[in-house]
Design a protein around this ligand. Structure first.
Ligand SMILES: NC(=O)c1ccc[n+]([C@@H]2O[C@H](COP(=O)([O-])OP(=O)(O)OC[C@H]3O[C@@H](n4cnc5c(N)ncnc54)[C@H](O)[C@@H]3O)[C@@H](O)[C@H]2O)c1
Length: 277
């Protein structure tokens, strides 16, 4: 366990049940951290259907689970594409808990996939806006608050194996996640003098709501059953299994702790050995 007692953590995109964001929130709560559960909250146009996003009701349910660890939890709807929303998210956390110590850019879109020759501009923009611009806004407003507090801070960006390798049908997703590692490195240098670390975590495959969509999509494209596709994926992973949301939460707990205070600008693979660079 890492003692995060009394700290405040914000996790974007943490309102979808069984997602990576929920696991990070609950791990931080179990470490004594007050938590801010944030998500887009409601469907918004064709790119953000209700079956792919975290609703305000689901955010409340996750907050209730976090409170069972004896910490305080609030929910703040925030569309990470919108500057005002992200600024408000940080403000609400400070109003509730007095500080922001840990900010996790977890919100992500991984279900808008097309071959590059068919890729709609709207879909490209939606993926880049959430996965890359959203993280830029998160870093901007979290870092401003952390600098004002003058006691350092932790920013963690949930990237992907697609930040290190290319994937078909995923030009937008792969570009956004590669870009997120670049953003991590540049801001790590800028913010180091404020004792704010910025790191990325790169999962391979986890069967969340998003992961399940991808399994169906890729098994269909490859002409495999869901089970055959999963077996093939596992056979490429040295540890012999796909990831768990808890694997990512463990990495986020470590990176948020004092144990990681000399680690910044990293893009840490959490992939059972599948990705090694
Ligand atoms: N599941 C995997 O295999 C996997 C692998 C590598 C990386 N990731 C990354 O992990 C992160 C979490 O994904 P997940 O697998 O838990 O999926 P998920 O769908 O459960 O979580 C993504 C969350 O982002 C939210 N979101 C989408 N658009 C938003 C917006 N405009 N503003 C605020 N929130 C928004 C969604 O509502 C959802 O709650 C993503 O960044 C994803 O790219 C996932």
């Amino acid at each position: 366990m890492y003692n995060l007692k009394g700290k405040t953590a914000i996790v974007t995109g943490s309102g979808r049940p069984l997602g990576i964001g929920e696991a990070i929130v609950l791990r931080y709560a179990s470490e004594g951290c007050n938590v801010v559960i944030s998500d887009i909250g409601k469907s918004m146009g064709a790119e953000f259907p209700s079956d792919a996003i975290g609703s305000t009701l689901e955010m409340e349910e996750i907050a209730n689970k976090a409170r069972q660890y004896g910490v305080e939890a609030i929910t703040v709807p925030c569309d990470v594409r919108k500057s005002n929303d992200v600024e408000n998210l940080v403000r609400k956390a400070v109003e509730a808990f007095g500080s922001v110590d840990i900010f996790v850019n977890n919100a992500g879109v991984g279900y808008l996939m097309q071959l590059v020759t068919e890729m709609d501009e709207e879909k490209w923009d939606a993926v880049l806006d959430v996965n890359l611009k959203g993280a830029f806004l998160g870093i901007k407003y979290a870092a401003k608050q952390m600098i004002e507090q003058n006691r350092g801070g932790r920013i963690i960006n949930i990237a992907s194996q697609a930040a290190k390798s290319g994937f078909p049908f995923a030009s937008a997703y792969t570009s956004s996640k590669h870009g997120l590692v670049g953003l991590t490195r540049a801001t790590a240098i800028e913010l180091a003098k404020h004792k704010i670390t910025v790191n990325a975590v790169c999962p391979n495959h986890i069967t969340t709501g998003l992961g399940d969509w991808q399994n169906k999509f890729f098994s269909d494209k490859l002409g495999l059953t869901y089970e055959q596709y999963m077996a093939r994926m596992k056979s490429n992973i040295p540890m012999g299994r796909t990831g768990l949301v808890e694997d990512i939460a463990k990495a986020c707990a470590f990176l948020a702790s004092d144990q990681a205070d000399y680690i910044t600008g990293e893009a840490m693979n959490v992939s059972g050995g599948e990705e090694m660079h």
